[in-house]
Design a protein around this ligand. Structure first.
Ligand code: SF4
Ligand code: F3S
Length: 106
């Protein structure tokens, strides 16, 4: 499955959801999660994300492995999002900030 990683936190551009053929993105307050049981590995969402937050599970960068389990966990409780919406208000600032895992709201 594909995995949303920390670049998404506090940005949430949502360009990714428009292209997903199986609607497996789920929306939280400041992050999206992919349901690994629904993702069909089509790869379409990867190029859509302006901050390159989405990786194949096997390619998730070393420091971001916790996001693999987090996507699976959060996707189970968060609602599905199928339509793109405006990014979060301070997306431009947060797009370049690293180590945002602690800022992820559940
Ligand atoms: Fe959806 Fe395809 Fe991205 Fe998986 S890889 S989340 S199926 S768009
Ligand atoms: Fe997040 Fe990128 Fe989608 S910032 S909401 S993974 S387009």
């Amino acid at each position: 499955a594909y995995v949303v990683t920390e670049a998404c936190v506090k940005c949430k551009y949502t360009d990714c959801v428009d292209v997903c053929p199986v609607d497996c993105f789920h929306e939280g307050p400041n992050f999206l999660a992919i349901d690994p049981d629904e993702c069909i590995d089509c790869t379409l969402c990867v190029a859509e994300c302006p901050v390159e937050a989405i990786y194949a599970e096997d390619d998730v960068p070393a420091g971001q492995k916790p996001f693999i389990a987090l996507n699976a966990e959060l996707a189970k409780t968060w609602p599905v999002i199928i339509q793109r919406k405006d990014p979060l208000p301070e997306h431009a600032h947060w797009a370049t900030v690293q180590d945002k895992l602690d800022l992820l709201e559940k």
